[in-house]
Design a protein around this ligand. Sequence first.
Ligand code: ATP
Ligand code: MG
Length: 230
Amino acid sequence: MQKALKPGQRLGIMGGTFNPVHLGHLRAAEEIAESLKLDQIYFMPSARPPHKSPNPLVGYWHRLEMLKLAVSDRPGFWASDLENHLPTPSYTVNTVRAFKKAWSARTGIFFLVGLDSFMTLTGWHQYRELLNLASFVVFGRAGIEPSFDDMRAMLRRDVDPKVKWNSKTETFTAPNIKPIYFRPGGKLAISSTDLRQRLEAGASVRYLVPEPVRVYIEKNGLYRPDNRPE
Ligand code: ATP
Ligand code: MG
């Protein structure tokens, strides 16, 4: 794992398929890093996503390489290949456990996730343990439902009826879980699905992804109908 952290530092993990990474991912991470004063954020592409297999899903190494290019000029942001070293399918709970093992117990671990992904929580392997291992930071996505009320209802139904919203700290709390942050944020209505559709149609993705990522996609002919991967 890259770069030793000093005890007491705050570390973020952002999981996803990143098929491909885009400016919506990076801007969300930037805003959370700023507001929660995170020292480092690890972007972690799923080696084999347990839930969905978007079509086409380009190979793991391409997705990791694009992430490396995307974060190379931002100190404190890293592309992590940790999930490639863990058993598949890539369960988030195993990833967070591996992180906790690698870092000092005094390190604060925050798991960054968009509200659309967080709403699928009950389908996540050992999700109650997971909420105990890391503090989740959930952010809204521009133009995408669900809402804050949907999130609160889900938490009360599927996690604990005693879940409370604390508007001062902007967290949901309950006895046996770490605080769950919620940030409405989400200014950039960009999705990888939309990018794949554009690329498949031979359209431009300039200004939707970091320029080195756009060049990489073009050079390798990714997401084109005549270059079906895997
Ligand atoms: P796909 O359309 O293939 O699902 P995606 O754009 O949703 O791709 P993912 O790799 O699924 O990207 O997302 C990884 C994480 O980033 C998820 O938690 C997701 O909610 C979040 N995310 C994705 N796009 C944005 C965006 N534009 N703004 C904020 N968060 C985002
Ligand atoms: Mg998604």
